[in-house]
Design a binder for this molecule. Structure first.
Ligand code: DGY
Length: 320
């Protein structure tokens, strides 16, 4: 029996690609180039399944143009804001994602952002690296202590819960907002806030862990940023769309926020050039899940979903 034809849109881990090549008639992308909407549509005529990343956009327009041959989109990501799920569902295309397996790696990056922003990592690195570190005194490069502070977490799903655990390890008090309150066993002492209006004023640090949806787009705007205590620090390892970047910039420039740590931007790749001169904005290029272990785990999870689908079973991470 011939194998299903699978298009893997980006270069994935060697282990993932080897397993895919064993089980599918696979089309790889060794140059790791990106594809336009027209190229995605053209390729859809040749394949039964697509294993994309969040760099490929399946919005309503592209999805409407996909070939009927495509039966499943098995994402190599937990976030699916690049997919119009309603339109994909209407087209009868199954969509899966890769939850759980990247929670540790992403929470590690959130913690790195939190620490880096609090302790002025970008500025310190730049000083030493450029040879401009010429003096030291007790008043030099003084930052914000993390231990004993209050962390507010928006989105207490898998990544948010790991982040809460890491923060407890640093002696922080954990407060959170989520669509629904967690069972006590999962809360681990974290204090639930039904409303952001009460969470934000108690958040010395605020870490975003919710998906980007039409409802959460622009969540952290000027009004919400102003509800944080003066000197607060914002961490975003979720999606750039959650933050109104001009409002964040204004809050940094006014000194209302002491710093920010960002792994995600409205424009990716690239980021926001307006942030570049602000060394109290510690930035990374969307690498939350970029560890060798997690890349293998994400690839395998996507392949598990495909294997289940083509074996006539329900994929574990089916979204539509
Ligand atoms: C995810 O899985 O959503 C990460 O942001 C990488 O795409």
């Amino acid at each position: 029996m011939s194998k299903p034809v699978l298009w893997i849109t980006r270069k994935l881990s060697a282990n993932t690609e080897a397993r895919a090549a064993r089980d599918y008639d696979v089309i790889l992308n060794p140059e790791d180039r990106t594809f336009s909407a027209d190229e995605i549509v053209a390729m859809s005529q040749k394949v039964d399944a697509i294993l994309p990343c969040h760099s490929e956009c399946f919005d309503a327009t592209t999805t409407a143009r996909l070939s009927d041959r495509v039966k499943i989109i098995a994402n190599h990501s937990v976030g699916v804001d690049h997919c119009d799920l309603a339109v994909l569902k209407a087209r009868g295309i199954v969509v899966t994602n890769t939850p759980d397996v990247l929670s540790d790696a992403t929470a590690e990056i959130a913690m790195l952002l939190l620490l880096g922003a609090a302790r002025r990592a970008a500025e310190g690195d730049m000083l030493v690296r450029s040879g401009n570190w010429t003096s030291w005194s007790p008043s030099f490069m003084v930052g914000t202590q993390v231990t004993g502070k209050r962390i507010g977490i928006i989105g207490m799903g898998r990544v948010g819960q790991v982040m809460a655990k890491r923060c407890r390890g640093f002696g922080m008090e954990v407060y959170y907002h989520n669509r629904s309150r967690l069972p006590e066993g999962l809360e681990q002492g974290a204090i639930y806030h039904e409303s952001l209006d009460t969470l934000l004023p108690v958040s010395d640090f605020l870490s975003l862990h919710c998906p980007a949806t039409p409802e959460s787009t622009g969540l952290m705007n000027a009004a919400r940023l102003s509800q944080l205590p003066k000197g607060a620090i914002l961490v975003n390892s979720a999606r750039g769309a959650l933050v109104v970047e001009d409002d964040l910039l204004a809050a940094i420039e006014s000194g209302h926020l002491a710093a920010a740590g960002l792994d995600c931007f409205v424009t990716e790749p690239g980021g926001n050039p307006k942030f570049a001169s602000h060394y109290n904005i510690f930035m990374l290029p969307h690498i939350g899940s970029a560890t060798r272990e997690t890349r293998d785990a994400m690839g395998f999870r996507a392949l598990d979903n495909l294997d289940a689908f083509f074996a006539g079973r329900e994929p574990r991470d089916r979204l539509v």
